[in-house]
Design a binder for this molecule. Structure first.
Ligand SMILES: Nc1ncnc2c1ncn2[C@@H]1O[C@H](COP(=O)(O)OP(=O)(O)OP(=O)(O)O)[C@@H](O)[C@H]1O
Length: 583
């Protein structure tokens, strides 16, 4: 129950509704108790009418009266049962909603490294399936628990008062039932955890298949994918069958033990009736009690299993809630940024792979300067941009923005001041307009069109039947790689930040369009610090400074002219790219 303490704050929040719900549960059960007593009384009326203690008319009147009482009590019990669900189950839905929001908010606060370390399927499972298990505890478990408790407290003493010997024999098999159900529930819990884990890996697998469907089709991997899913499905079938086998014991066992209890009532009650110790109506009353008690007794075992499952699920949820973002905003006051960037002996190692992506890098970019970063693939270019956005913190050395250590800046202001265009542009399943407006929610249509023109994508967008309202992604059209990159550039331009980070975002456009965009960027990013990561010299040559990286080290630094005048990586690259162009 240690893990479930996390829910106490929600129980406190909804305590009024919960208390009302519990009171209603008690009232509903008390009305239910009327039925057996009045069935007993009705049978006694029949006995007395046949035995001529009552006249036929009196008997019929009393019978009608009792039947009306039974109907009224049943209606009232039904009404309160309805109210009980409306309150307690409602509370559990509120708790589910709050917990989902809490987990989602927390997910959003966590750093990029958390997402690299955990599978998407697992993140989704904890926020959906695990929270659902917890909901069963916070609603149905409380409701059935209260029902059971009320029945036990009211019914068992009542039975002992009415017929102690009969009560003892009747109740004898019920603890056995409870223990058996508990044991079965334990096995059910174990096996359903296995099924749950399997479902989690199945959803991760299918999600990956659907996301990578174009690769699967391009490589004709459908048969292999089918075989893989077939193997997974078979494994799932076996696990579900194991669960079904143990589930199958649940109801037969219950019916067997109710049967035994009923036999006791009829046999022991019958003997007591023959001896004149009790009336025949009491036997009927006790048969009804047995049936009323069976489900609550079984539920004791079931509740234990629900609580265990909820505990396990809450443990998984708490594990993520305890995760602290590795990048934290420790500065409350606003620190708008202007654009000077300085790297001082910066080294950076990715914790998960232990790859040292940057080794002792130092450079300064003045406010409003345009700098290009060039280097072989994997040389650490994107890592430099990620460190400027503080997606990661340096392992050693220091980054200064406007002469202040980067971690002394308000993280939100820092990121607000940066317009980043990543290498693999990500667009949401929404209209093109909204995708661009992601950079500035309240932008006008004219502003959107202006930046789209600067990113040289306006014509492409206008050619679509839906224009800027064309929906992208799963629900709509797919843009080409170059179009995506340009929409992504338009998004950053709309933000109008003080620092632009363009990560190889012109790689999928032809050189003419590249030239046009670069010219537009020159005016758009005037007086804005701009970093352009590229493999092409054409993107870099006009920068006021070019940084050349190799294997995480800064091997050359200077203008196009300077670097071209000395032998080295840059001159070689320029020569090769010129040759390529001529050919
Ligand atoms: N999130 C990550 N986790 C672990 N290692 C990473 C991560 N991102 C990059 N790396 C590793 O760090 C090194 C530098 O990667 P980086 O992406 O900075 O290179 P790059 O110069 O931008 O390459 P490219 O030109 O191919 O984009 C590579 O060896 C890469 O495998």
């Amino acid at each position: 129950m240690k893990e479930l303490k996390h829910l106490n704050k929600y129980f406190k929040k909804y305590w009024k509704k919960l208390v009302i719900g519990i009171l209603i549960t008690i009232i509903a059960r008390v009305f239910q108790l009327v039925l057996p007593t009045y069935v007993n009384k009705s049978i006694s009326v029949l006995e007395n009418t046949i035995g001529s203690t009552l006249t036929k008319g009196e008997g019929e009147d009393l019978l009608l009266q009792y039947i009306l009482i039974i109907i009224a009590a049943a209606l009232l019990s039904g009404f309160f049962t309805f109210l009980m669900r409306q309150t307690i189950i409602n509370v559990s839905r509120h708790i589910e909603f709050d917990l989902k929001n809490e987990v989602f908010d927390h997910y959003q606060r966590l750093s990029l490294s958390f997402y690299k370390q955990n599978r998407t399927g697992d993140l989704m499972n904890r926020i959906s399936e695990d929270i659902n298990q917890v909901r069963l505890y916070s609603g149905p478990a409380i409701m059935y628990g209260m029902q059971t408790l009320t029945l036990f407290v009211c019914l068992i003493p009542l039975m002992f008062i009415k017929a102690p010997t009969l009560a003892m024999y009747t109740l004898l098999p019920l603890p056995i039932l409870s223990v058996l159900i508990y044991q079965i529930s334990k096995v059910i819990h174990k096996r359903s955890t296995v099924v749950q884990e399997y479902l989690s890996s199945l959803s991760t697998f299918t999600q990956e298949v659907f996301s990578g469907v174009s690769v699967i089709k391009a490589y004709s991997l459908e048969p292999q994918t089918n075989t893989d899913i077939g193997v997974l499905a078979l494994e799932g079938k076996e696990k579900s069958m194991n669960l079904a086998k143990v589930n199958a014991w649940f109801f037969p066992l219950m019916i067997l033990l109710i049967g035994i209890s009923n036999l006791f009532v009829i046999y022991i009650g019958g003997k007591q009736y023959i001896n004149g110790e009790i009336g025949v109506g009491l036997i009927a009353e006790f048969v009804l009690y047995v049936n009323m008690l069976t489900w609550p007794v079984a539920i004791v075992g079931w509740l234990t299993s629900i609580i265990q499952r909820a505990e396990a699920s809450q443990k998984r949820i708490n594990a993520f809630l305890k995760e602290q973002p590795s990048i934290k905003n420790t500065v409350e006051e606003r620190t708008p940024i202007f654009g000077k960037i300085e790297f001082k002996n910066v080294s950076f190692t990715y914790e998960d792979t232990n790859i040292t992506a940057l080794k002792n890098i130092s450079f300064t970019i003045e406010n409003g300067e345009t700098v290009a970063i060039i280097g072989k693939t994997g040389s650490g270019k994107s890592t430099i941009l990620d460190l400027i956005s503080r997606l990661y913190d340096v392992s050693s050395g220091e980054i200064l923005i406007d002469n202040k250590p980067i971690n002394h800046l308000n993280l939100i202001n820092l990121r607000e001041g940066i317009g980043a265009v990543p290498q693999d542009a990500f667009l949401f399943s929404d209209s093109i307009k909204n995708n661009i407006k992601f950079g500035k929610e309240n932008a006008t249509d004219d502003e959107v069109i202006t930046v789209a023109k600067k990113a040289v994508v306006h014509k492409n967008i206008s050619d679509f039947a839906g224009g800027y309202d064309t929906v992208l992604g799963e629900r709509g059209i797919t843009l080409s790689g170059g179009q995506k990159q340009r929409v992504s550039i338009a998004r950053a331009l709309l933000k109008n930040p003080n620092i632009y980070l363009f990560d190889d975002c012109l790689s999928a456009v032809d050189t003419e369009t590249e030239e046009e965009i670069l010219n537009n960027l020159k005016t758009a990013s005037k007086n804005r610090t701009t970093l352009i990561v590229s493999h092409r010299v054409s993107s870099a040559k006009n920068a006021s400074k070019i940084l050349v990286l190799e294997d995480g080290k800064l091997i050359q630094e200077g203008t196009h002219k300077q670097l071209n005048s000395v032998n080295g990586y840059y001159k070689e690259l320029y020569k090769n790219q010129l040759l390529e162009k001529e050919n």
